[in-house]
Ligand binder design. Structure first.
Ligand SMILES: Cc1ncc(COP(=O)(O)O)c(C=O)c1O
Length: 338
C-alpha cells in the first residue's frame, strides 16, 4: 500500500513538474510574441473603447465626431465617375507621394495662402487621412528621448504616436481665463511662462492644433507668434494640425503658423479633406512643408502605405472644384441651405 501511494505520489509530482516545465517553456516560447516594448502603454484607444460602449448602451455618441450631412453631389459624383471611368488606370496604383495632378492642386492652393511657391513634388505629401500625416511626422522626426510638447486637451493619437517611437510627451494644459460668467473657446489659453519652461535642449518640437479639437479655440496671431519665437529660440519643429482650417467663423481668422517670419523652414502643416467635404470615411489627408522636413515623412510613408487609391479619385474632385477653398465655400453654402 505504502509503495503504491509512493509511486502514485511520485508520478503525480513528476507530472506536475513536467506540466510546470511545459508551462514555463510554453510561456518562454509565447513571450517572444508579446507586444513589443515600444507599443506597451498604447493598448487602449478611445475609438475602440467608446465605439464598443456606444454599441452596447446606444447613447448619443459624442466620442467620435463626423458630419451627419451628405457630401456635396459634385464630390460623390466625382468618386462615381472615376471608379466607373473607361480609363482602367484610374483604379490602379499611382505616384506614392500623391498623384501629380493632386499635389499640384494642393501646392497651388497653399502657395497662394502662404504667399510662397510650394514645389508640388517635394513639399507636399498626400497621406491616408491627417492621421497618417501625423504618424509619419512623429515617426520620421523622433529619436528615443526626444521631447514633444503637447497642449491639453489634445487629439488622442498624438501621445501614442510620440511614445511608440521612444519620444517623451511634455504637457501643458489650456486653462480657462476665468471661472465666472459664460466662457467661449477663446477664453481657453496656455500660460506663457509655463510653456516657456517646457522648452529645453531635448525638445524636438511642439504640436499645435488650430482650430482646436475639442475646445474649438482658434489660436490668435499673438499666441502663435509666442510659440514661433520659442520654436526658433530652441531650434525646434512645429507640427501644425490644421484639419479644421476651413471651419472658422467670423470674427475669428485662421492663421497658419508657417506664414510667420522664418517659420516655414521648421513647420510641417497637416490638412484633411474629410472635414471639408463631409467625407471623413474617405481618409484623405496631406502634409506640406520644406523639402528637408517632408523627406523624413516620405521615408516612413514609402515603407508603409506606398500609395493610396483615393488619390486617383480625389484629384478629379479637386480639379473639378479648382481648389479646396472654393470647394469648402460650396460646402458651407450648400450646408446653410439645408
Ligand atoms: C485634430 C484632428 N487631427 C487629425 C484628425 C484626423 O483626420 P483624418 O480623418 O483626416 O485622418 C482629426 C479627426 O477627427 C482631428 O480631429
Amino acid at each position: 500500500m505504502f509503495t503504491r501511494i509512493s509511486v502514485f505520489a511520485t508520478t503525480k509530482i513528476l507530472n506536475s513538474l513536467s506540466t510546470l516545465r511545459n508551462i514555463q517553456s510554453y510561456s518562454a516560447v509565447m513571450s517572444k510574441f508579446d507586444l513589443p516594448d515600444r507599443l506597451k502603454g498604447n493598448e487602449k484607444s478611445v475609438w475602440v473603447e467608446y465605439i464598443q460602449l456606444a454599441l452596447k448602451y446606444k447613447p448619443l455618441n459624442l466620442g467620435q465626431g463626423f458630419p451627419d450631412f451628405h457630401a456635396p453631389e459634385n464630390v460623390t459624383e466625382a468618386l462615381a465617375s472615376v471608379t466607373t471611368s473607361d480609363n482602367p488606370l484610374l483604379n490602379q496604383y499611382t505616384r506614392g507621394f500623391g498623384h501629380p495632378r493632386l499635389v499640384n492642386v494642393i501646392a497651388k492652393l497653399y502657395s497662394k495662402l502662404l504667399n510662397r511657391n510650394l514645389d508640388a513634388n517635394n513639399e507636399v505629401l498626400v497621406t491616408v487621412g491627417a492621421y497618417e500625416a501625423l504618424y509619419t511626422a512623429f515617426q520620421g522626426h523622433t529619436n528615443p528621448g526626444d521631447e514633444w510638447i503637447i497642449i491639453e486637451p489634445f487629439f488622442d493619437c498624438y501621445v501614442p504616436m510620440v511614445k511608440c517611437v521612444g519620444g517623451v510627451p511634455r504637457f501643458i494644459a489650456l486653462k480657462p481665463r476665468t471661472t465666472k460668467g459664460p466662457l467661449s473657446s477663446a477664453d481657453w489659453v496656455f500660460d506663457r511662462q509655463e510653456l516657456e519652461s517646457l522648452f529645453n535642449k531635448k525638445t524636438k518640437g511642439i504640436i499645435i492644433n488650430t482650430p482646436h479639437n475639442p475646445v474649438g479655440k482658434v489660436f490668435t496671431l499673438d499666441e502663435l507668434q509666442f510659440i514661433a519665437n520659442l520654436a526658433k529660440k530652441w531650434n525646434t519643429l512645429v507640427i501644425s494640425d490644421e484639419v479644421y482650417e476651413w471651419l472658422v467663423y467670423e470674427p475669428y481668422k485662421h492663421v497658419r503658423i508657417a506664414t510667420l517670419p522664418d517659420m516655414y523652414e521648421r513647420t510641417i502643416t497637416i490638412g484633411s479633406a474629410g472635414k471639408t467635404f463631409s467625407v471623413t470615411g474617405w481618409k484623405l489627408g496631406w502634409a506640406y512643408g520644406p523639402e528637408n522636413l517632408l523627406y523624413n515623412l516620405k521615408v516612413v510613408h514609402q515603407n508603409a502605405v506606398i500609395c493610396y487609391y483615393f488619390l486617383n479619385v480625389y484629384f478629379i474632385t479637386f480639379l473639378k472644384d479648382e481648389n479646396l477653398k472654393k470647394a469648402a465655400e460650396i460646402l458651407m453654402k450648400w450646408k446653410s441651405q439645408q
